[in-house]
Design a protein around this ligand. Structure first.
Ligand SMILES: Nc1nc2c(ncn2[C@@H]2O[C@H](COP(=O)(O)OP(=O)(O)OP(=O)(O)O)[C@@H](O)[C@H]2O)c(=O)[nH]1
Ligand SMILES: [Mg+2]
Length: 146
């Protein structure tokens, strides 16, 4: 390839996945190593921890275009998203944008919550994220499964 920039763009684009539009999209974020973060909290349900997860869920709902439903369970949040077209999709359904921004936002809001609530644990709050499209008739089963 002729120029450095063309070559670099080619490398970059080779993994620039785009998820299909017009089909339900699920994003699930999950706290990284939260067995350590939660070890001193009330078991099995800690109201402060639940409040943190709710704050993160609300931030994601407010951010994501086409957001329909969130289900929070333990240290994970499943989000159902639907957009009619690629133009209306969150980040035009670009896979890397979806998983990196959702995990980044969840982690940042988690840290913000930690400092606001004087939560002493030293952990840096981190979430992973996965995103995938799913047939309409299996959406209900996904949420039953979680
Ligand atoms: N004490 C307490 N622990 C909780 C609460 N909610 C979730 N947890 C803990 O959060 C952890 C979530 O488990 P996993 O997501 O499977 O494991 P993880 O340690 O986060 O590890 P990875 O997700 O693989 O990085 C479990 O250890 C739960 O017991 C709660 O309300 N109170
Ligand atoms: Mg976890």
């Amino acid at each position: 390839m002729s120029s450095i920039s063309k070559r670099m763009k080619f490398y970059e684009k080779s993994t620039n996945y785009v998820l299909s539009p017009n089909i339900p999209l699920i994003i699930r974020i999950d706290g990284r190593s939260f067995h350590t973060f939660t070890e001193d909290l009330e078991k099995p349900f800690d109201s402060k921890f639940i409040s943190m997860m709710n704050s993160i869920g609300i931030a994601l709902c407010n951010e994501i275009t086409g957001f329909k439903l969130a289900y929070i369970q333990s240290d994970e949040i499943s989000l159902l998203i639907y957009a009619n077209s690629i133009e209306e999709s969150w980040f035009k359904n670009k896979f890397y944008k979806i998983i990196s921004i959702s995990a980044g936002l969840a982690s940042a809001v988690g840290m913000q919550w930690k400092y606001k609530n004087n939560f002493k644990k030293e952990t840096i709050i981190t979430f992973d994220s996965r995103a995938f499209v799913i047939p309409q008739n299996d959406v209900i089963n996904y949420f039953i499964w979680r």
